[in-house]
Design a protein around this ligand. Sequence first.
Ligand SMILES: [Zn+2]
Length: 234
Amino acid sequence: MQENIEDLILLQDIDKKIQEIKSKLKSIPSEIQELKEKKENLIFKLDEIKTKIKKLQTTKKEKELDIQSLEDKILKIQNNLENVRTNEEYKALLREKARAEEIIMHTEDEILEIMEEIENLQKEQQKLEKEIEIEASIIEKEIQEKEKILKDLEKELKHLEEEKKKIESKIPSNLLSKYKMIKKKGLPVVAFIQDQSCSGCYMVIPPKLYSEIIKGKKVSTCPNCGRFLYYNES
Ligand SMILES: [Zn+2]
């Protein structure tokens, strides 16, 4: 009798461990996925900066070309100035030249701003590259650790399942099926008796049943919650 209840407790301990391992086996893969995404995000951020820099460099080149063509235009105007015949024409050309010079100045300012922006982004890029170098190796290590834990847990689970089979084979089938039925409602299946009460539902155990359990006559269940009851003499 006592042997049976002890086996049931053993089985319950194993079931508890199996449950814990299974829930870890469920959560670890998503933790690994999160780490991978964290790493990808860092690289994505870096790519974004690189793209921004490239865009700015293209814009800068375009503006430099604009200046070039305006300078060509000014040269042409200067040539034309020597050949004009009327005062009106002369004034018009001068105005056109002044406007071109103004645009050049404005564009040069814009180029300076772009260069500053590029410089800032390049600094940010360098900082991020260093960060990624450090962070990525930390993340990689964490991933490897978690993958190792996964493997170990799978091994442990296999071992526990084998242990479970061994113990189940020792338990009489009627008790085992009862155990499985109670387990469906959730652990614990075996409740200890504390102060003459069931530790599963806290109901006071009727005196007659209580004395039977103490004498260890049979494996009993709680009349209220149905769990197996176990009395620990010590
Ligand atoms: Zn109970």
